[in-house]
Design a protein around this ligand. Structure first.
Ligand SMILES: [Zn+2]
Length: 300
């Protein structure tokens, strides 16, 4: 989780910080390492929300879009309680999902939060397998699903190779974030090979649920580094993460950069395209004009 109570204030993790979990009241300590996003962790496991899972900068940026007071809100029903990622000002629960999730857990969460709930899924990892088309490709076989669409209006058809089938039984609205100016609202066929949906302008979505679009843009700014491929070395595993080493120039200084990846495919894709996008799966933050990279390390 990103917030704990320190002197009764909801605050983000800071180095050597100690606080109280706002949900279960147990002690938490700040984890401020280089690989994971800074967060709070319980000193004793087992008392808190069983649904909580490792979170990324993608989660954090979406949460902060709606303001700290709406983030990680404890929702109680009878003697059961869970921590919602976001409870919007119009009382809609927004659950953010970055990694694969089991069918059972989807069902449990939807039942617990009820109908005023929606999902935002990070589509970054499967966007190459998700083809959106103007036409139903079964009816117009000549219109190959090649992600070519004439506009972002109206109903679109999708073909999903290797669909995330655990979403099949979802009964709530699901929006996929492909990290551009839109969310793809799946209207039919979530978790299936074929379906329909429509593009929603991200700004309108965010405003509708009380978020701050300018802040969102600021949080999700893309910084793209061109890797110097001659100097790109695949270094293998370190702390169970693959990483590569490259050199970037920043403020007239050459710095060596280690970039960590979740899986092997991504590392070779980056090498292939000679590009690493420092956003989404890789994370960055800027502090007072000096660039600091999470999931990475400067070696001067
Ligand atoms: Zn707790």
């Amino acid at each position: 989780m990103f917030y704990a109570l320190v002197d009764n204030k909801k605050v983000e993790a800071f180095p050597k910080g100690k606080g109280i979990c706002p949900s279960c009241n147990s002690e938490v300590i700040a984890k401020c390492g280089e690989i994971k996003v800074w967060h709070w962790a319980h000193t004793k496991e087992g008392n808190c929300d069983s649904w909580s899972e490792p979170e990324t900068m993608w989660h954090k940026n979406w949460k902060l879009t709606f303001g700290i007071e709406t983030n990680e809100v404890k929702i109680s029903k009878g003697d059961k309680w869970h921590i919602a990622d976001i409870k919007s000002i119009n009382n809609v629960i927004i659950e953010l999902q970055n990694s694969p999730i089991q069918r059972e857990i989807i069902r449990e969460r939807e039942e617990f939060y009820g109908e005023r709930m929606l999902w935002i899924i990070n589509g970054e990892k499967f966007k190459d397998n998700f083809h959106i088309s103007d036409y139903d490709v079964d009816l117009y076989s000549w219109a190959l699903p090649n992600n070519k669409i004439s506009n972002k209006e109206g109903i679109k058809f999708f073909t999903w190779f290797y669909p995330k089938t655990s979403w099949k039984d979802s009964k709530r609205n699901v929006f996929i974030d492909f990290n551009d100016g839109y969310l793809f609202w799946v209207k039919k066929g979530i978790g299936e090979k074929k379906g329909q949906g429509k593009f929603i302008i991200k700004e309108q979505f965010i405003v509708k649920y009380g978020g701050d679009f300018n802040k969102h843009l600021q949080l999700f700014r893309n910084i793209t580094f061109t890797l110097n491929v001659n100097e790109l070395k695949v270094k293998g595993f370190k702390e169970k993460k693959l990483y590569i080493v490259t050199y970037i120039r920043f403020r007239n200084e050459t710095k060596c950069l280690e970039i960590y990846f979740d899986d092997e495919d991504e590392i070779f894709k980056a090498k292939d395209q000679k590009l690493v996008k420092i956003n989404g799966n890789l994370n960055f933050e800027e502090y007072n004009d000096s660039l600091q990279l999470f999931n990475s390390k400067f070696m001067l």
